[in-house]
Design a protein. Sequence first.
Length: 322
Amino acid sequence: MAADTQTQRALLQAADAARYAPSVHNTQPWRWVVRPDRLELFAAADRGLPVADPDRHLLLISCGAALHHARVALAAEGWQCRIERPAGEPLAVLHPTGHGPVDPVAIRHFEQLRVRRTDRRTVGDDPVAPDVLDALVRVVEQAGARLHPLSRDQVIDLAVIVEQAAKAQGADDRLQAETSAWAGGDRAAGTGIPGPSLPRELPPTTVAERDFGTTGSLPAGTGHDNAATYAVLYGPGDDPADWLRAGEALDAVWLAATEHDVNLLPSSAPVEVPFTRHELRRLLGDVGNPYLVVRLGTQDPAHAGPAHTPRLPTTQVIEVVD
């Protein structure tokens, strides 16, 4: 097989693996162009959230997660890559620079791509072990962002911030209509959050979960969030490149959490409302720009979580250019 053909095939497989990356409301707002010597990532604005996300922050986080998925897939095949980050479109370009022996760690990371899922059930009574939490903090730092676990007092403050965000968003009819368009039902088109991934009722947790305006069929669980660790994903910058890198960091820590049997549930509502995002920054002591809140916790392995959310077919997100 010619070298360029082998390279392009590996890039195509990486783009296909990236279809399983997490995204806000499972919008999958990315598009890949596979060329013989490089893989280009573009934003798919038609799958964005213009009301909830006018600055495209959550779109960029989603695309960053897809970028990290692609990088993990290439590393699991022994490919080394250089990442070009243009100021605009494409958002990123992956340039393979060499091929060698496969690192077993890379294979282990790749195995988590299909295992990872968004699980909105309540967490169990066992907290995340301190050494595991420390490891997750290091993963985020290695990915170019920061993860700040909150103290119990800060969690109470977070609960107030989340409540304020919910009230502001609940009063916006356009936002409610946009959210409902992506949640509930069987999602036959391949995007959005299907009913089986949404709880039957919102659990009575300290930090409220997002109300999608519709009920699903997922048992919420009998636990609470007393044993959960809440943390803020943040960084020094607020430019598009920073939000893209935040998505890479989110995906890296999500895969690491999955490997440690820790459930990670992201929450974007506090950063979607300018006022509450400002309050979240104050909660950090004004040391950085908050990108997301994440809940970390353990769950009963005897009870299976929701099925994986649907994905768009390859033909809708990948273009091959010879």
